[in-house]
Design a protein around this ligand. Structure first.
Ligand SMILES: [Zn+2]
Length: 414
């Protein structure tokens, strides 16, 4: 029986039988009676059909968050791939946010793959003499660890250093790893459970390729790597990122600890896997100080010794590229800690894009710059702030959010 559906709040492409769907998270019981409902996504760009109405009718961000947590919890024995891919997806969606497009609807699978590589990279340095085991196949982290070894890269080497070691071969490796991410974790991310009992619910995104598609196919220019986000999912991922990130990282660290019981000190592991201190920022400290005319980015007073601070806190969005780095007093950096900077600092940060100083540092030092991504992540963070949020001004002083000022400032970057 085919039913015409007038309003679709969310649609999935689940191919499991209704009975297999009923064993999922309690939230998924909702539409198990609606067997054989055929929905044509005529209004969406995909043009594909799917068999069942999605199990998220009038859901909200919290409901969506519960489903994501259920998803993360459902694959107990699986590798860290799923977690890395979920974090990478959140990051890519966050970085695509613009003041005039607060809820991206399509993101690139290849972009997610490259972000997965970026997340794994610092974790592949030796930990007490050996790379950590992360999965049974150990493909992506193991290949990155091997690259480090072959090219004699220091533990604090950045991804840019890795690329510079052998640019052509790196491109091949990157294409191979991106292909793995697209064929495996991205294709399988939305499965609840493991192995043959797993059931798929495409409640986050749709995509047009088969599982286990080969890296060779992904590398072809005509391969469509689009992930079409379900309605409102882009917005929810950005809103929930500050809550989901620590949850996913805790789960990730626990999986790694379990697979490396012989070597792991659980207290140090979290910093090793996700900490901001793994990559040395020394090379850009002096140029940043010079570009700021020897003054602290936050209090504008002269500096004798400076530290490099992540303008957008690392715990919000890990970004070591140049636009997210500023030089500041140790005391100012310490007082700001993981807070979000006040509006006058945001204005100074936006102003810097018009001055060209950062571009000069990038040219002089070769330090990577991802202008659009940094703008996207900062936009996503500030635009999503609830009205009462306190922003760090100086010392122990905070101020409240003023959305008009935020809009005005970020508008200059579009
Ligand atoms: Zn200062």
């Amino acid at each position: 029986m085919a039913v015409k559906v007038e309003t679709i709040t969310s649609v999935c492409g689940g191919s499991g039988t209704p009975s297999s769907r009923a064993i999922l998270h309690p939230a998924l019981h909702l539409h198990t009676q609606q067997v054989e409902v055929v929905v044509h996504l005529g209004e969406l760009r995909t043009g594909v059909s799917c068999r069942y109405v999605c199990p998220m009718p009038d859901s909200d961000a919290i409901h969506f968050g519960e489903m994501v947590i259920a998803l993360v919890d459902s694959g107990r024995k699986s590798a860290t791939y799923k977690l890395a891919t979920l974090l990478a997806l959140i990051d890519v969606v966050t970085a695509k946010t613009r003041i005039d497009d607060p809820s991206p609807s399509i993101v690139s699978g290849r972009e997610v793959g490259r972000r997965v590589i970026e997340l794994y990279w610092p974790q592949t340095a030796d930990y007490r003499g050996h790379p950590l085991r992360q999965s049974a196949q150990n493909d992506i982290p193991a290949k990155l660890a091997r690259w480090r070894q072959i090219h004699g890269l220091e533990p604090e080497a950045s991804l840019e250093d890795a690329r510079r070691a052998k640019p052509d071969e790196w491109l091949q490796l990157e294409a191979d790893l991106v292909g793995i991410v697209i064929g495996m974790p991205l294709a399988k991310l939305q499965r609840f459970g493991d192995g043959r009992h797993a059931a798929e619910e495409r409640f986050i995104y749709q995509f047009g390729w088969r599982d286990e598609v080969k890296p060779k196919t992904v590398a072809r220019a005509d391969f469509d790597d689009s992930l079409i986000l379900q309605p409102r999912v882009g917005k929810w991922l950005v809103q929930l990122a500050p809550l989901l990130r620590p949850l996913v990282q805790t789960k990730w660290a626990a999986l790694v600890a379990r697979q490396n019981q012989d070597v792991v000190d659980i207290h140090q592991l979290d910093e090793f896997l996700f900490g901001a201190t793994r990559i040395s920022l020394d090379r850009v400290r002096a140029p940043l100080v010079e570009a700021q005319h020897g003054r602290c980015f936050y209090c504008r007073l002269p500096m004798r010794a400076a530290e490099v601070d992540h303008f957008l806190p690392w715990s919000r969005y890990p970004d070591n590229t140049l636009d997210n780095l500023v030089a500041a007093h140790r005391t100012c950096n310490g007082a700001k800690s993981a807070s979000i900077a006040a509006l006058e600092h945001l204005e100074a940060w936006c102003e810097r894009f018009h001055e060209g100083a950062v571009e000069q540092i990038a040219t002089d030092t070769g330090w990577p710059r991802r202008r659009d991504r940094s703008i996207g992540a900062t936009t996503a963070t500030y635009v999503g702030l609830p009205n009462h949020t306190r922003l760090w001004l100086r010392g122990q002083e905070y101020e409240r959010v003023e959305s008009k000022r935020i809009q005005g400032c970020l508008q200059t970057l579009t």
